[in-house]
Design a protein around this ligand. Sequence first.
Ligand SMILES: [Zn+2]
Length: 682
Amino acid sequence: MSNHAIDPKLEARMQELVQELFTYNYQYYTLDNPIISDKEYDALYDELVALEQETGFILPNSPTQRVGGELLSGFTPHRHLSRLWSLDKAQDTEDLLQWHQRVVKLVQDYNTKNPDQTPLPDPSFAVELKFDGLTLNLTYTDGVLVQAATRGNGVTGEAILPQVKTIRSVPLTIPYKEGTIEVQGEGMMNLSILEAYNQTAADPLKNARNAAAGALRNLNPQVTASRKLNAFFYNVGYASDIRFENHQEMIQFLKDNHFKVSPHVTYFNTIEEVMAELNRIQEQRNTFDFLIDGAVVKLIDMRTREVLGYTDKFPRWAVAFKFEAEETTTVLESVSWEVGRTGKITPVARVEAVELAGVTVQNCTLNNIGDIERKNLKHALGSRVFIRRSNDVIPEILGKVTDEQDGEEIIYPTHCPSCGSELEMRGAHLFCNNRLGCKPQIVARLAHFASRDAMDIETFSVMTAEQLYDELEVRDPADLFALTFDQLVGLNRFGEKKANNLLKAMEEAKSRELASFLFALGIPNTGKTTTRALADHYKSLEAVMTAAPEELIQLQDVGGIVAESISGYFADPLNRSSIERMLELGVSPQGPAEPAAVNTDSIFYGKTVVLTGSLQLLTRDEATSKLEACGAKVTGSVSKKTDLVVAGEKAGSKLAKAEQLGIQVITDENEFVRLLNESLNA
Ligand SMILES: [Zn+2]
């Protein structure tokens, strides 16, 4: 602050700007509800900075003070005004039920022993997410944020005020100005922010929790600010002059004072409902934009909390329900290279066996060479690494635990581990270009061709593909349709029955839908949705094969790369001759069926129809699809737009409404069915 007098007009404008910026900031970061653009915000912010420079005066709650410019020399200890307790843990529902029994008994005992007191209410519960970040304790005196600290040992933490100020959802001032309060919450890095950060970061971050903890304990607040942390607040740990009746009141106090409160706080009267909620959270866990490692169950009533009190470690009125870890660390032992259907070479990591989410993990994916480089794993053999369970079956390696380049080097192959051909680097991936002579590629292509969503050749497995490759020199899907009974029956583990079954399954596969056939071909970058769209649009194989890329790109969901892949695939003489051979051998992909011509003379044609009551001769679905086949639109409720109501037995309010509106009604079901058949068979 400056000593010389300030132009009162300028000061008033600065007050106004600080207030406006606070409001926009609060809407954006605390309520997730931005009300102006970043550009407009920046313009106001720049105006404030200019005024502060011009006047040499800075208001104490100015948002320009969020990010300090000075490097800090260390952390000073902060003694919390009231202890930050850790929580008793429940590993499973049995633990949770035992905690519940203890609570019920303590409440009953108290009520029995204190007949002259107002009895404690039956226990009811708040369920909150247990965030996996860094616990924060904020101190406000007379409405101003004066300190922020880590949890430390629960009694004393480290002061990190300059770092915490950079979190935009942390209020620098609050409306409550009566003395000192401390509130607790969790600092975290949102997963979407972590992902965006890693896209451009020279040093990618491996894990959101470590990223948040590292940022908050970084001596340079600029680094903290660059991580764009978030924080949710859930507890008022100390307040000299306020008492809350229950958890809801405390949460409301936090909201009223502009703290960001998690929207996932729910309240229940029974432990059964709590358990259902815990299951629900566990199922949704991967949809949150932040890490959680469980949920916290707390008693709602504050007087009960006081009566139950604390053990020497935990409050008796709360318990943390832990979910299975989704991340852990282990040692990267070796990397092998596998050849896929398209010739892509994928590194597969072998790790020291470790338990993760209930299964023993030994293999992890590394995606490609670009991924190894990006995650700084080039020199990581023998090092400890983070692994994370993903939606796929095989967990992913996230990065090394330490940054030291102390591991053995992962050597990239120059030649195909299977066929020995020289490899080619395309983008981030290595490829083996020996499509016609590299066994794992061919076996994977055959297995894909026969798989359920493709040609659906029953009983055909990867093992079948390998056997046909080894013993009958099958090299291409077209070869499958040239196989004879005599060839198959002579194979190991094949008898007459199995040979006949396979021939029959392949005969059936010849007339699969066009969409399935196109998917079976395994065109690069082209999945089921795209092949379905191609079949629906072009209707014949010939038309798909001759479509130009600039034509393909007109289709929904087909981008430039996909269009090039498709036309490139059909331009390749090897692919063309394979398809021609299949057609010669009787393969005949079926285009989508043309919808039957609609009888425009039908009394249902173009009508909006409502079905009500119960029908005896048809199900509701059958009646609906028949009406639609007649060109009618079937809707659920009767309105002025309804043309016709079909009323079965026990038709209620819809029939009454139809009569009231003077809408035509069919009440005779036999007559209705006769009219349907007449329309459909005309
Ligand atoms: Zn190869």
